[in-house]
Design a protein around this ligand. Structure first.
Ligand code: IVH
Length: 675
């Protein structure tokens, strides 16, 4: 019996090996993908069932799995979030204060943080089922990643089989794939930096290519899990290394912002001697139950933050200062510099941020400047060397009129910060300024907006020049016969363009809202608005409405966003665009996700102080369970939750309107919770 099994197993491994060799050495495949996948699965299943079956050529040991032609997209069972950044001690104090408030903690409560160096690599999520490495995904957009299992399997640091008793039945182990600096320097391939090398090699279609680059993996988090028995991050990290994962040697458990800063300074000093790039330190609230109470905002958790290091620097000369006009009218000065290589990347432009920055640093054309490049952000000018200043240099005068349309430029007063904005803007409205309009169109067709295949920035500029497009709706009314006559276009390419444009006439409400390019309304806010308004017509009807403040009830939407939406709707050109778009598009209504929570269709208002749970936390709790919070008593309100020292008037009003008045315990009961 055992003998038969071994024979069967060996013959399958032999076959598997044969197909691999054919594929990798001769670039030829005798079987199709699904047959190959089945064979692989049969071998893995046999190994899982019978511990005595092992072969060095098993798919679990062997790294040269046959790649799929295209990486398939797979949903992360639990999204891969990103982190908010902190740059100063003050940012950390604010971070801690927010947590203390959110959780209603006593001021002297010591919050412990798991403190972990932030490796600058590529994150990946590894799913293990019954101890077997089963699937590996890239981060992708955080919700959906690419299946790069075969490539990840080439990494030695990634255990393929974990036999530990306390290893969960199923778990996504998350961590960073990176390449050590010394290994990077030995590479022949031309990558700008180690991060690009790691990313490039992970995305190779052929795992044999991935294998050539010595990738490393460090684990630090988990996504979905069944059977994980730890209650805090530092214990989880200990478990990770017991299970055979590499973890960072500099991981620590620290409380108090002063101590975090001390550690930050120490690690920053060691940074240059490390054999891998770190771009900061991650602080995570150690306790998991606190983490889950804190939850997350948009796409970053409230319980973690990345404390970033300053970055790479270089010295070069400023050749010119140009003023760029952005989609929101912001005038951004950009220094054209003599090209230099900073940290492996050739830099020839550096942002000067805004007018105030130029004045404060007295930056002039011809100056010798220190340029800094940090991670993915645009390089910027840190300082200029006055001693090296040219004799005939003149102070840079910021234009008072928009370089594109000539309108007056203005600096706005920010009601919230009570300060005058540092950014100067073109004061024109709607689509009057050409530069703004072009940028709006580029945004409209961009990846997260309409995502029109083959309609990139260059085409926007080209069609604009030819007066084919001025407003977003013009895109859907293009005269294709004219395009076909243009140089570089043919029947086929025009057909393709037409096809991709027509395909995008069906659009979801949140994408449409995002595409409009309303200032302060990014993708996350667009999603919130879309869930709130549900249909395009309701959203569009905002222009008839006077009650914009109602939107303040949407968690995540604040005064800044509301003011911006108000100003958008007060502009006739925008209304016209909306009307025209309505004629050519089919806008899908928003789907209320997870609207079958326990508090479905119920609205709440809190008065008075609750016990051990803050306002912000109760608001999140209600929303997580599909309920809504409102800001005043009206017929729309279903429940008034009363805490300590409530406002008597609110209770009276509620009773008059026959609204249910409940206390904290009754509320928690609705969620099947006790306090
Ligand atoms: S935790 C919700 N821990 O930083 C938690 N991330 O901007 C999110 N990173 O995409 C991740 N070291 O690529 C975490 N010890 C660490 C990390 C780390 C590096 C990267 C990771 C992530 C990005 C967050």
């Amino acid at each position: 019996m055992k003998k038969d099994l071994i024979k069967k197993y060996n013959s399958k491994v032999k076959l598997y090996n044969y197909y691999n060799k054919k594929y990798f050495n001769e670039n030829y495949s005798e079987i199709d993908d699904s047959e190959y996948d089945n064979l692989k699965k049969e071998i893995i299943d046999l190994e899982n069932k019978h511990n005595f079956l092992k072969d060095k050529n098993s798919p679990l040991n062997k790294v040269g799995f046959k790649p799929s032609k295209n990486f398939t997209k797979v949903n992360h069972k639990v999204p891969m979030l990103s982190l908010a950044n902190a740059f100063s001690e003050q940012d950390l104090l604010n971070f801690e204060k927010k947590i203390t408030n959110f959780l209603s903690l006593k001021k002297n409560f010591k919050i412990y943080y798991s403190v972990e160096p932030k490796i600058d690599g590529i994150s990946a999520s590894l799913t293990y089922k019954n101890g077997i490495f089963y699937k590996g995904l890239s981060r992708g957009d955080g919700k959906e990643g690419e299946d790069i299992t075969e490539n990840l399997a080439t990494i030695k640091d990634i255990p393929k089989k974990i036999l530990s008793k306390n290893f969960p039945e199923e778990i996504d182990i998350r961590g960073e794939v990176f390449i050590q600096n010394s290994d990077f320097n030995d590479l022949n391939e031309k990558f700008a930096n180690p991060r690009n090398a790691a990313s490039g090699s992970l995305r190779q279609k052929n795992p044999e290519e991935t294998k050539k680059i010595p990738l490393k993996f460090i684990a630090y988090a988990f996504g979905y899990e069944r059977g994980l028995a730890v209650s805090n991050q530092s214990d989880f990290l200990k478990n990770l290394s017991e299970w055979g994962f590499k973890t960072n040697l500099q991981n620590k458990l620290i409380s108090g912002v002063k101590n975090l800063i001390k550690n930050y300074n120490e690690i920053e000093k060691q940074r240059a001697n490390l054999d891998f790039d770190i771009d900061g330190i991650v602080y995570k609230v150690n306790d998991f139950s606190m983490q889950s109470r804190l939850g997350s905002v948009a796409n970053a958790p409230r319980w973690a933050i990345a404390h970033k290091f300053s970055s790479n620097k270089g010295v070069s000369q400023i050749l010119d200062i140009e003023i760029q006009v952005g989609r929101t009218g912001a005038l951004t000065p950009v220094a054209k510099i003599k090209s230099i290589n900073i940290g492996g990347v050739v830099v020839s432009n550096a942002t000067l941020h805004n007018e105030d920055e130029i004045n404060r640093k007295d930056i002039r054309v011809g100056d010798t400047a220190v340029i800094e490049r940090a991670g993915d952000v645009i390089p910027h000018i840190l300082s200029v060397d006055i001693k090296k200043r040219l004799k005939n240099s003149k102070k840079f005068i910021f234009p008072e009129n928009c370089p594109s349309c000539g309108s007056k430029t203005i600096k706005e007063f920010n009601k919230i910060t009570k300060k005058i904005d540092a950014v100067r803007r073109c004061s024109s409205e709607g689509y009057y300024c050409d530069k703004i309009s072009i940028e709006k169109l580029k945004h409209f067709v961009s990846k997260e907006a309409f995502n029109i295949d083959g309609f990139g920035k260059k085409i926007v500029e080209n069609f604009w020049k030819l007066k084919f497009i001025k407003f977003p709706h013009d895109i859907f009314k293009l005269d294709y016969t004219k395009i076909e006559k243009l140089e570089g276009w043919g029947k086929l390419s025009v057909e393709n363009l037409k096809y991709s444009i027509n395909q995008k006439k069906n659009i979801s409400l949140h994408r449409l809202i995002y595409s409009l390019g309303i200032r302060h309304i990014g993708l996350e806010n667009a999603k919130l608005l879309s869930k709130h308004f549900m249909s395009f017509s309701k959203f569009k009807n905002l222009f008839k409405q006077s009650d914009f403040e109602e939107m303040l009830n949407i968690d995540g939407i604040g005064e800044t966003q509301v003011n911006s939406i108000k100003s958008f709707f007060s502009n006739e050109a925008n209304i016209k665009v909306l009307n025209e778009l309505e004629k050519v598009l089919v806008v899908k209504n928003a789907i209320q996700n997870s609207d079958d929570g326990l508090l479905k269709n119920k609205t709440f208002l809190v008065t008075g102080k609750l016990n051990g749970i803050s306002r912000a936390e109760i608001k999140s709790l209600i929303e997580e369970n599909s309920g809504k919070t409102v800001s005043s008593i009206s017929k729309k309100l279903n429940y008034l939750i009363i805490g300590d020292k409530p406002t008597k008037k609110k209770i009276d009003n509620a009773k008059q309107l026959k609204i249910n008045v409940i206390d904290q315990a009754e509320f928690l009961k609705m969620l099947n919770k006790t306090s």
